[in-house]
Structures are given as C-alpha cells and as structure tokens.
Design a protein around this ligand. Structure first.
Ligand SMILES: [Mg+2]
Length: 341
C-alpha cells in the first residue's frame, strides 16, 4: 500500500503562489517556439530539444509522473520511476530556472520514489537556479519544501469529507475496485477489474453520487476516477504560479492524462496559443503583460485523452521516450561546449 505522507503540513506563506505577483518585471521579446502546435513529425523531438536547450536559465520544465516518468502499471502502488528519470531531473535542476514533477500522487510518495528529499527542493516562493527540484503532489495541492509539505489553502477542511467518501467506496463492495487514499483525494481504480465495463460504470456512478453529496470534484483519469477538494487548484495553477515569476520566459510540460490538460490549457492561455472551442477551460483570460513561450509534450497511446493530444506541440510514443528526451537535454546542457546562455 501507499506510504503515508511524511513531514509537517503548514499553510502557504502569505501571497505565495499569487498569479501575477511579478508582472512588473522586464521580459525580453521571445522568438516563437521552434516546434509549432499540431506538428507531429518524428524530427520534432530534435526541435523540442533545441528549443529547451536554447535558454535554460529562463526555462521552467515540469512533468507528470505516471505515464511520463513511469510506465502505467496494473496496480498504482507498483509504479516506479524509469531508470534515469531522477538523475535527469537532478542534472536539469543545475541549469534550468526550475524543474520538477507535478503529479496526482502524494508529494511524500513522489519524494520517496524519486529519492528527492525535502532538502533537495527549491522551496516555496523560490526563484532559483540553485539546483532544487520542485515536487507538487495531488495536482498541486501539496508542495514539497525544505520545511515540509505546504498544503494549498482550504484543502485541510475537506479531509473529513474525503474520509467519508473513502469509507463509502470501501463499503460499496464494487468488484475489483481499488480505493486509494491520498489524504486530499480519493482515487477509485479499476485497471485490474475482471469486468472493466461493469466496475468502471459502478465506480463512476459512485463518484458522481459522492460528488453531489459532498461537494467534492470528480476528475477522470486512466482507468480511474478521483474525488478531490474543490479549491480551484490543479496542474494549471502550478504552471500559472511559475509563469508569473520574474525571469521565466519559457514553460514546458510533459503530460499523458486528463489532469495534464489543465497544465496544457494554462500554457495556451499564458502564451495566447489556445483555441477557443467552447470547451470552457479554453480561451479564458490571459495573464496580462506576460511574454512567455510554451511547449506542451504529450505521451500518447490508446488511453491518451483526445484534448491533450489536440493541444500538444509534440507527441511522444512512450514514457521511455520522454525520459530519454530529458536525459538528452541534461547531457546537452552539461556539456561544456553547449553554448547555452
Ligand atoms: Mg499521468
């Protein structure tokens, strides 16, 4: 089973994570990204690599965990980072403005699996090239810092509702359903179910009922659905927070699932490249005054959400390809003659 979170929790520092906190900082004009939206050519990973390597000190790079740094596995607790993924993050942290993981997993679990200690993180409010790695758990509700896990405002008050949902899910007796307690979310998994359609249908109905009864938000995922605190925090929140930091001019995000659409949508909003197709999350107000370029890298496959693939600038076939791209970027930036500013 999953290990319980470690470390103290505390409220965010006043003003921490406020979007637009540094809107007054000067930013250089940016050339358009070398990779254009909608392109799918096999040579595009070379273009993405060149783009990522060209201005490392102004670049923020975030990635999901499951499906990008690890394979999708039958049981969620069995997922492990692919070889080289933690090393690539550590090496990239020495060059990029910031690098990190934004996942639906608990921050403590990510910390342990990736062997990234709280002391190795950048810390709340950091604007650094100091080698720290950012770890955001539970879709951005948790942020691992040297002082412990900072929990988004408002999340704590939903823990009792989540505990009731977890108990109801266990009592429901849905065949082969796995109930994952993530402290600030409860995920119902059916990847191992003998009858996927039956178990998925009952789990989704249970999630709908529980969402209606408690006010929690139901979010679909790969062979799963999650109930989370309705506090307006998702992976897009993390993207917007970092986009607002002085000195950030480029944001890249690697994702594979529904929850990553929020990060891609945030990049589209910030860079002004999003399509307004009536989807609700698209075409919202842009962050005024920012000149930021973005790169959205999806890991595809039969379970990849259509909207994620539509928004992606580059689609990779497997998480192994994603880790290879990260490692190649690290090698390029580590090489003395890379010429990166
Ligand atoms: Mg994922």
């Amino acid at each position: 089973m999953l290990r319980p979170p470690r470390g103290p929790t505390r409220a965010p520092a006043p003003g921490a994570g406020t979007t637009g906190a540094h809107l007054g900082c000067a930013r250089a004009d940016l050339a358009p990204p070398a990779v254009t939206e909608g392109s799918r050519r096999s040579s595009d990973d070379r273009s993405a690599l060149a783009w990522l390597a060209s201005h490392p000190g102004q670049t923020v790079l975030f990635t999901d965990f499951d499906g990008t740094l690890s394979r999708i596995v039958a049981r969620p607790e069995l997922a492990r980072p692919l070889p080289g993924s933690a090393e690539a993050l550590s090496r990239l942290a020495r060059h990029l403005f910031a690098v990190g993981v934004v996942s639906g997993r608990p921050a403590a679990w990510l910390s342990e699996e990736l062997a990234i200690t709280p002391e190795a993180t950048g810390g709340e409010g950091s604007a650094h090239r100091g080698g720290g790695i950012e770890i955001y758990g539970q879709h951005g509700i948790e942020h691992l810092t040297p002082g412990g896990i900072v929990v988004a405002e408002g999340a704590l008050s939903w823990r009792s509702a989540l505990a009731r949902v977890r108990a109801s899910a266990l009592e429901a007796g849905i065949p082969d359903l796995e109930v994952e307690d993530k402290t600030y979310g409860v995920t119902l998994h059916w990847r191992q179910a003998a009858d996927q359609v039956e178990t998925a249908g009952r789990a989704e109905e249970l999630a709908r009922q529980q969402a209606a009864a408690t006010g929690l938000v139901a979010r679909p995922g790969k062979a799963s659905i999650e109930l989370v605190a309705p506090i307006g925090v998702d992976k897009g929140t993390v993207v917007r927070r970092w986009a607002a930091k002085c000195g950030v001019e480029r944001i890249a995000f690697f994702g594979d699932d529904e929850s990553d659409v929020a990060a891609f949508a945030a990049i589209d909003e910030i860079t002004g490249t999003g399509r307004d197709d009536g989807g609700g999350a698209i075409g919202q107000q842009k962050i005024a005054g920012l000149k930021i370029a973005g790169l959205k890298i999806a890991v595809g496959g039969p379970e990849a959400p259509g909207e994620l693939l539509r928004r992606a600038d580059l689609v990779l076939a497997t998480p192994e390809e994603a880790v290879r791209l990260l490692m190649e970027l690290a090698e390029q930036l580590d090489s003395p003659g890379s010429g990166a500013p």
